[in-house]
Design a protein around this ligand. Structure first.
Ligand code: C2E
Ligand code: MG
Ligand code: MG
Length: 588
C-alpha cells in the first residue's frame, strides 16, 4: 500500500470503502497471540462488523510487511503483549503505513501512556476491560474517519490545491531531505526553477480560469520530464521548482531542462484557444552553488532572471558572480537615465532581403547602448529595465527619430528606397502620445510613411485588442506598415490577428533555427506561411543563419529573410558600405 496523497480527494466525503454500516472490518493486530485475535474477532462480530480477516503479527517488521500486502482498515496495537515503547512503535507504524489508522489496546488505564500514544499519531486508546463489540467497531470507524480528515488537512497544508503538486512548505521539506541524503552519499542535487514567460498577459487577456487550466497543463507536462523519485512543486503563481536527486553532473540537469522546454513548445489547446507558452529555467546545483536550501533557491532564481534577460525560453545555470547583476542592474538603471542626455545610444541596422529578387528591400533598426565602462550593451540587458521604469518612451522616440532620419538620408543620396523597421515595445505601443510621435517624426524627417514599418509583438496587441485595432487603423491610414514581430512565441493563433490591419509577419528565429532538420518546425512554418498568405501578409523569416535555411525558406514560399546569413546588425557606416546602393558620383 503506497501512500499517494496526490490522489486524495480534497472535498469532504463520507467513509465508504469498508464502512457501510454492515460492512466487515479487516484489522491487523500487532502484538498478541491466537487468543487475542479470537477476542477481537468476537468483538467485531458482536459489533456487527464480523466476517473480515483479523491478522496477527508480533513484530513491527512483520506488521509493515503484512500491511503492504493487505488492505487493512486499521491497526490494533496490543501494548500488553507487544513489548516495546508504545509511543515509538506508533510513530514507526505511522511513518511506514501512514494511510492506516492506529488504535492502542491496553488492559492498563494508564493516562500518560494514552497521551503519549495519541501524541505519536494513534487515533484512539482503548481500555480492554469492559470493551464491547459496539464500542470497538465504533472506535475503529471513527479512527478511519479521523485519519482521512487528517490526511485531507495534511494535503491542504502540503499540496497546491490547483495543480495538486507539493507546495512551498513540502518542497522545502523534500529539499532538506535531498540535501541530507546527498551529503551522506556525496552525490549531487539539481534545483530547476521554472517561470513561464509572459504568463501575466495570459491571465490578463484570457482570464484567470483559463490561466489556471494552463498552469495545470504546464504542471502535467513538466511532471513527465522528471523521474518519479524527483519532486516537482509549485512555488506559487507561474513558478515551479523541480528537485532532481542523485544526478551525475550538470549535464543531467541540462538534459531535463531541455526536455521541459521541448515539452512546452507544443501548442496547448484550451477551450478552443491555441496557446503557445514558453518557460525560462534557472538551475542551481548542490553542493556547487549552495549548501542549504535557501541558497539553492535564491541562486536558481538569479539564474532564471538571467535566462529571461537573455530572451526567454531557455535555461541558464547559476554562475558565481551572477549575484553581482542585481547591483549591476541598479547601476544600469541610474546610468540609463543619463544615457540619452549623453548621447550614448546608437542604432545598428540589419538587412532584409526579398527571396524572389535577392534584393535588399528593408532593414531593421536595433538599438545599442555605448556604455562608458561596460562597452556595447545589448538591448536585452536594458530594454526590460527601460520598460519597467518608463524610460522606454523617450528611448523609443529617439530610436524612431534616428531611424527615420537615417533612412531619409540614404533615400536622398539616391539609394533605391528601403523600408526601415522600428521595434515598439508594448508600453510604447499603448502610450497615448504614440500616434502623435509617429506623425511628428515623419513630418520632421520628411520620410514618406510608406518607408516606415513598426514592429509589434502579438502579445502587445492582445493586451488591449480593441485599443490596438483603432491605433493600427490610424497608423495604416497614414501609410505606415505594421509588422508582427517574433511570431509564434506569443500565445495567440493567427486567427486572432485577422481583425488587425497588418502587413508583415516575422517568424521567430526559434522556428527557423532547426527548420532544415526538424520536420515539426518545418510544418509549423509552412502552416504559418499558408495562413499568413491567405490574409495577404508578407512573411519575413528571422534569424536565418545558413544558406540551407535560406534555400529551404525560399522553396516553401517565404517572402523575405533577415539574419546572420545576410549580415549581423551593423553600424550605419558599415551598413551603408555593404547594402546601400548609392549612385556612382561622376568624377571630373
Ligand atoms: P527582435 O526585434 O526580434 O530583433 C531581432 C534580434 O535577433 C536582434 O537581436 C538581432 O541581432 C538578432 N538576430 C538577427 N539575426 C540573427 C541570427 O541570424 N541569429 C541569431 N542568433 N540572432 C539574430 P538584438 O539586436 O539583440 O535585439 C533583441 C531584441 O531587443 C529585439 O528583438 C527587440 O525586441 C529588442 N529591441 C531592439 N531594439 C529595440 C528598440 O529600439 N526598441 C524596442 N522597444 N526594442 C528593441
Ligand atoms: Mg524586431
Ligand atoms: Mg523578432
Amino acid at each position: 500500500m503506497v501512500t499517494n496523497v496526490k490522489n486524495l480527494h480534497l472535498s469532504p466525503e463520507p467513509v465508504t470503502s469498508t464502512a457501510g454500516h454492515d460492512a466487515c472490518l479487516t484489522l491487523l493486530l500487532v502484538g498478541g497471540g491466537p487468543d487475542d485475535r479470537h477476542v477481537v474477532e468476537n468483538l467485531l462480530a458482536d459489533g456487527g462488523a464480523g466476517g473480515g480477516a483479523v491478522d496477527c503479527v508480533s513484530q513491527l517488521a512483520d506488521a509493515v510487511r503484512a500491511a503492504k500486502e493487505n488492505a487493512y482498515d486499521a491497526v490494533l496495537l496490543n501494548v500488553d503483549t507487544y513489548k516495546g515503547p508504545s509511543a515509538k512503535s506508533v510513530n514507526t507504524i505511522n511513518e511506514l503505513l501512514d494511510e492506516i489508522p492506529i488504535l492502542i489496546l491496553s488492559s492498563h488505564d494508564d493516562y500518560q501512556m494514552a497521551m503519549d500514544a495519541l501524541g505519536a499519531g494513534a487515533q484512539d486508546f482503548l481500555h480492554r476491560s469492559n470493551l464491547t463489540g459496539t464500542a470497538l467497531v465504533r472506535a475503529v470507524r471513527y479512527a478511519i474517519e479521523r485519519k482521512r480528515t487528517e490526511q485531507r488537512l495534511q494535503a491542504l497544508l502540503s499540496y497546491d490545491s490547483l495543480t495538486q503538486l507539493p507546495n512551498r512548505e513540502l518542497l522545502l521539506d523534500r529539499l532538506t531531505q535531498a540535501i541530507a541524503v546527498a551529503t551522506r552519499q556525496q552525490s549531487m542535487v539539481a534545483l530547476l526553477l521554472l517561470d513561464l514567460d509572459r504568463f501575466k498577459l495570459v491571465n490578463d487577456t484570457l482570464g484567470h480560469a483559463f490561466g489556471d487550466k494552463l498552469l495545470c497543463e504546464v504542471a502535467a507536462r513538466t511532471q513527465t520530464c522528471i523521474r518519479e523519485s524527483d519532486t516537482l512543486a509549485r512555488l506559487g503563481g507561474d513558478e515551479f521548482v523541480a528537485v532532481l536527486t542523485n544526478i551525475k553532473g550538470a549535464q543531467d540537469a541540462a538534459k531535463v531542462a531541455n526536455k521541459i522546454i521541448r515539452e512546452m513548445s507544443a501548442p496547448i489547446v484550451i477551450e478552443g484557444h491555441e496557446v503557445f507558452v514558453t518557460a525560462s529555467i534557472g538551475i542551481s546545483l548542490f553542493p556547487n552553488d549552495g549548501l542549504d536550501k535557501n541558497a539553492l533557491i535564491t541562486n536558481a532564481d538569479v539564474a532564471m532572471y538571467r535566462a529571461k534577460e537573455e530572451g526567454r525560453n531557455h535555461f541558464q545555470f547559476y554562475t558565481f558572480g551572477m549575484n553581482a547583476t542585481t547591483v549591476e542592474r541598479l547601476t544600469l538603471e541610474n546610468d540609463l537615465r543619463r544615457a540619452l542626455e549623453r548621447d550614448e545610444l546608437l542604432l545598428h541596422y540589419q538587412p532584409q532581403m526579398d527571396c524572389k529578387t535577392d534584393e535588399i528591400v528593408g532593414f531593421e533598426a536595433l538599438v545599442r547602448w555605448q556604455h562608458p565602462e561596460l562597452g556595447l550593451v545589448p538591448p536585452a540587458r536594458f530594454i526590460p529595465i527601460a520598460e519597467e521604469n518608463g524610460l522606454i518612451v523617450q528611448i523609443g522616440e529617439w530610436v524612431l527619430k534616428e531611424a527615420c532620419r537615417q533612412n531619409k538620408v540614404w533615400i536622398d543620396a539616391g539609394s533605391k528606397p528601403m523600408t526601415v523597421s522600428v521595434n515598439l515595445s508594448s508600453r510604447q505601443f499603448h502610450q497615448e502620445s504614440m500616434l502623435k510621435t509617429v506623425t511628428d517624426t515623419l513630418a520632421k524627417s520628411s520620410l514618406d510613411a510608406k518607408h516606415l514599418a513598426l514592429e509589434i509583438t502579438e502579445s502587445s496587441l492582445m493586451h488591449d485588442p480593441d485599443d490596438a485595432v483603432v491605433t493600427l487603423c490610424l497608423l495604416h491610414n497614414m501609410g505606415v506598415s505594421i509588422s508582427i514581430d517574433d511570431f509564434g512565441t506569443g500565445y495567440s493563433s493567427l486567427g486572432h490577428l485577422k481583425r488587425f490591419p497588418l502587413d508583415f509577419l516575422k517568424i521567430d528565429r526559434a522556428f527557423v533555427n532547426d527548420i532544415t532538420d526538424n520536420p515539426e518546425d518545418a510544418a509549423i512554418v509552412r502552416a504559418i506561411l499558408a495562413m499568413a498568405h491567405s490574409l495577404r501578409l508578407r512573411v519575413v523569416a528571422e534569424g536565418v543563419e545558413t544558406e540551407r535555411q535560406f534555400h529551404f525558406l525560399r522553396e516553401i514560399g517565404c517572402d523575405e529573410i533577415q539574419g546572420y546569413y545576410l549580415a549581423k546588425p551593423l553600424p550605419a557606416a558599415e551598413f551603408e558600405k555593404q547594402f546601400v546602393k548609392l549612385p556612382k558620383v561622376k568624377v571630373g
